[in-house]
Write a protein that binds this ligand. Sequence first.
Ligand SMILES: Nc1nc2c(ncn2[C@@H]2O[C@H](COP(=O)(O)OP(=O)(O)OP(=O)(O)O)[C@@H](O)[C@H]2O)c(=O)[nH]1
Length: 506
Amino acid sequence: MRDAGEANEEPAPKVALAREKVLEEARRAIAEGEKKDVSIVVIGQYSLACVLALPKLTVSCIGHVDAGKSTLMGRLLYELGEVGEKGRIANERASGKIGKASFSWAWQMDGLTEERERGITMDISQTRLPLPRTTLTVLDAPGHRDFIPNMISGAAQADAALLVIDAGVGEFEAGFEGGGQSREHVLLVRSLGVTQVVVAVNKLDMVEWSKARFDEICGALQPFLVQSGFQPSKTIFIPCGAFSGVNLQERNCKALEAWYNGPTLVDALDNLTPPTRSLDTPLRFPISNVFKGGHLSLGGIGVSGRVCSGIVQAREVVRILPGQLSATIHSIELDSKSVPWAAAGSNVTLYLSGIDPNFLSIGSVICSPNDLVPVASAFIAQIIVFDIKMPITTGASVELFHHSRDNPATISKLLATVDRASGAVIKSNPRVLTKGCSARVEITLRSGTMSAPSTKPLFLPLETFSTNKEMGRVLLRRGGETIAAGETTNIFFFSPGASNAPISRG
Ligand SMILES: Nc1nc2c(ncn2[C@@H]2O[C@H](COP(=O)(O)OP(=O)(O)OP(=O)(O)O)[C@@H](O)[C@H]2O)c(=O)[nH]1
């Protein structure tokens, strides 16, 4: 993910609050559905005006390449007043100068020179959407298949998805048929725990705002969403035109209004339900980006990501796993504002002090020294096999995705095929796994890279799905194709603090 930019210079609390006090404050604020942004926090003798880091909803913007995801986000930011006339004109002029005028709205999101020159999103970019009722954090994902690892990193941090579909003739079909990214993205986000999806049926101007085309797309997509595990009540289809800003905040198009008087895209996004957050569980913060910035006098190391569970607070000493690293959280930044603490569900940047950045890696997990995350070298998972061309056999080499990390791994044992719902064994020790089946498999992690895997073991911070849902989901890819998604059931773990000897199986 891209750099979060400079930290603001608001003073950080001088000491960490007692954990119970923070928990109490978080629970109270969440229970009261606190709307106001600023609260006075008393820390010892200091009384500080701080922005409350209440968890908000994070939405991953997904869909086939060129569906109009970045354009939609750029235009939405303009409609909501987050981008002014000056910004709009600057993007219009600069994109026009290099013959990319049609990408002027997308430039708001696609800030890298290569992205602008190629007219595609390559990395996740994060933005804040202030809606009438709530504020969303949106992660704009790349649609191109080459950048699926970045897309997975964003999807792993999301509560809901905004699926953008190109309604142009043949375009929806290209994204939806075998190998299309609309299809793969839907399967990925659902496998990573997303349960709500808003579908923006975009570029309807290309088909003269045709109701028949809108209905055709909804008719094909809805059964697929349901089959992928989305409840019908958690899906909604919104016709729109991102480029001209139709039906984003206002309907403002006669041809569309002739047959549509339903919600706008802003209405649909504003109605998403925030999931329940696990505040009482131990702190787990998988790092999705490491960068230099802010507080340079203190070493200036920032790490961004999402608080998966628990609460993190400024001045707290934390451990970073795998490895023996400790650090102090100098300050926490949410939406460019300093916050005293952040609860599960928040996407934040933590500025660390007392740490050598060379030992920090994307995918490492920050936790409390009193409650370390297990570090596994192998584990058992119940997987669902996707629509694969080649069956999975014992010893298959795969790429394992866990949050923002991807590593080589081997499917070391095929333990059983199982019933998807009940988990009951259908067949023990199957020879192969074919498309659509559910199975229990043992996966062994390997160090090195996919092109040069090493025989040395690798240790990954992992938990069973039953202990911590967000830490217990994995995806398996092979040859650029997602072949399965799974939930960890047993992990073979090592004591992260003491020795390297295995201390438990199961
Ligand atoms: N006609 C029309 N074109 C649109 C609309 N929305 C986006 N586009 C065009 O579609 C092209 C791709 O837009 P992007 O926003 O870059 O698409 P994307 O989905 O973000 O692309 P990737 O992230 O690279 O997959 C650009 O030329 C846009 O101008 C729309 O509502 N109508």
